[in-house]
Design a protein around this ligand. Structure first.
Ligand code: ATP
Ligand code: MG
Length: 574
């Protein structure tokens, strides 16, 4: 490919709406063009990376015994109603066709894949099965941001396994986990596998593949002493067993004018936040799709983990914090003066509160608090549970040593689903006794476009991208400094053809631009090896090779250019 043949203009200025370096570089290099928020066109170069990544995925998944299919992006509501997710998945983009029938765009394909396979699975002889696809997904994300990281339309590779029993499904899970490890290793990216929450997809065993990055959207907890690693939203807070010795002093109301936050209260009462009680109100839908409210109490220095809360309160969808007006309506007081005593909703207590002997809580009357409050005596507890977000310094749930906090980008997510979808969508087989059994499933996603941006986030410098060879749009970028010089252009042509014959891909910047501009653009685009071909050095029988990632500059006689280029590229890995 030659620059003069394509309509590519790079940008010197950073786009105003890009908060992440990888997003800025993607825009400045013309890799992506925004069509609407969260919706992008993929340019010449990015598409080549996507295709390479897809082929790597195909190789590894086929090794893992998965077979490729392609399911529709447009799906009928009936399938989603069958699984029960039609009213619950807030990211579905729903619409009607001309006949007034409900449809949505595929946000994920569990429903579609069950429908694809269910008529073909009759007996135990038809299992196990594993399929995958590489397809565009649409999720109506509330806040698309960071370019391809959180898009509305994006490419995902999703695989699904179908097994006879739990044992088989867990073996499939391990097989796919291994394939994922191979995929991210081959990409040449620094990643870690963490325990995860299974979110809207369901199931009870789940891991995420996280690319480590300072600006990552996810918090990851790692233990240096053992190998524990988890997404912070999924890490349990494991504290030593403790039972409070509750005070027998009567509760007492006292004035706290203008004390609205835990911080205010802590200062005024000269009591550390950890000894105070934070009250948090949420609403959610239960199994009968009824809206309910609940009160969560936890130590004043801890944050609520709404994902844990979801399981604790038995919500079927998202758990949503109450607004200030809703709190006022439910308690008669403004947030800051609310507490668990005399509430008309269930109260869930964080286990970490069992280290106190009595509570100081809001009195549900503006400007007042209560002290010497004892759970069970002064208010009812619906349940004691783990409701807190775990952070740096908290004990590792496995070895008890202190956890460290890192940031990452979730690029892959695998789930053991069990019978969640086979039950709701009636995917059964006859076992060897002729008895009907539900199929055991797993599902496995990799965000293709997100992973590519995550790789850029990890592999760039101040001047631009440093593509790993595995998915670089081209291996070689020739800066042809004097395109009108016939001898030089001919040499470049021969070099290009010979490198291509060896399997390397070559891009030629043949624009009539100054060398400085060409070098800046080559830095920005970031292909692994740059060849600087100028008239003067050509006449001196010399060519410059420049390694983008190390900035290493080497000069060779022209007849060594091919062999040295090959050596360098092979040294850079796949
Ligand atoms: P997140 O927590 O980041 O919203 P998710 O857990 O909802 O993601 P999954 O349902 O696990 O996502 O999807 C599988 C993979 O698809 C993710 O690991 C991620 O790489 C990718 N992905 C999910 N949502 C997006 C998005 N909005 N834009 C780009 N890629 C995405
Ligand atoms: Mg996920």
């Amino acid at each position: 490919m030659k620059w003069s043949e394509i309509s590519l203009k790079t940008l010197r200025e950073n786009p105003a709406d890009a908060e992440m370096e990888s997003h800025r570089l993607l825009v400045r290099g013309g890799f992506v063009k925004k069509l609407a928020p969260g919706i992008f066109s993929y340019g010449f170069f990015l598409l080549r990376s996507i295709r390479k990544f897809e082929n790597l995925l195909r190789e590894e998944l086929s090794q893992a015994g998965c077979h490729e299919i392609l399911m529709p992006m447009v799906q009928p509501a009936s399938l989603w109603k069958e699984s029960g997710r039609w009213p619950k998945m807030t990211e579905l983009l729903k619409f009607k066709n001309k006949n007034n029938h409900d449809f949505c765009l595929g946000a994920t394909h569990e429903e579609a894949v069950v429908d694809f396979i269910r008529n073909d699975i009759k007996s135990y002889r038809d299992l196990p099965q594993s399929v995958y696809q590489i397809q565009t997904k649409y999720r109506d994300e509330i806040r698309p941001r960071f370019g391809l990281m959180r898009g509305r339309e994006f490419i995902m590779k999703d695989a699904y396994t179908f097994d006879l029993d739990r044992e088989g499904a867990l073996a499939s899970y391990e097989r796919l986990k291994e394939a994922y490890n191979n995929i991210f290793k081959r990409l040449g990216v620094d990643f870690t596998v963490v325990k995860a929450d299974s979110g809207a997809i369901g199931g009870d065993l789940s891991n995420e593949f996280q690319v480590l990055a300072e600006n990552g959207m996810d918090e990851i907890l790692l233990c240096d002493s053992c190998s524990y690693s988890a997404n912070a939203e999924a890490a349990p807070l494991v504290l030593p067993e403790n039972t409070s010795v509750w005070t027998d002093v009567d509760l007492e109301k006292f004035e706290t004018p203008n004390l609205k936050s835990i911080e205010d209260l802590s200062k005024a009462l000269k009591t550390p936040a950890s000894q105070l009680v934070k009250t948090f109100f949420v609403k959610f839908q239960n199994e009968k799709d009824k809206w309910k409210e609940a009160c969560l109490i936890l130590p004043g220095d801890r944050e609520v983990n709404l994902i844990k809360a979801k399981a604790v309160v038995g919500a079927t969808g998202e758990v949503i914090p109450l607004t200030d007006e809703e709190v006022l309506k439910a308690t008669g007081a403004s947030p800051g003066s609310c507490g668990p005593v005399d509430l008309k909703m269930p109260v869930y207590m964080d286990k970490a509160l069992k280290f106190l002997n009595s509570f100081i809580v809001g009195a549900n009357q503006d400007g007042y608090h209560l002290k010497n409050v004892v759970p069970g005596r002064d208010f009812n507890i619906e349940d004691e549970a783990d409701l807190s977000q775990v952070g740096a310094g908290d004990p590792c749930p496995e070895c008890g040593k202190k956890l460290k906090l890192s940031r990452g980008i979730e690029v892959g997510h695998i789930f053991y689903l069990g019978q969640k979808y086979s039950k709701s969508m009636n995917l059964q087989y006859l076992d060897d006794n002729g008895k009907s059994q539900f199929v055991e499933m797993g599902c496995y996603g990799i965000g293709v476009t997100r992973t590519i941006q995550a790789i850029i986030e990890q592999n760039h410098d101040d001047n631009g991208i440093c593509w790993p060879t595995s998915i670089a749009p081209f291996h070689i970028h020739i800066c042809l400094l004097d395109p009108e010089d016939e001898g030089l252009s001919q040499w470049v042509e021969v070099y290009k053809n010979s490198m291509q014959k060896m399997g390397f891909e070559v891009f030629i910047d043949d624009r009539k631009e100054r060398p400085g501009i060409k070098f800046k653009d080559a830095d920005l685009l970031g292909f692994p090896l740059r060849v600087v071909a100028g008239k003067r050095s050509f006449e001196n029988d010399e060519v410059e090779l420049f390694v983008r990632s190390t900035q290493n500059k080497l000069k060779f006689p022209l007849d060594q250019a091919l062999s040295e280029s090959k050596k360098i590229l092979e040294g850079l890995g796949e």
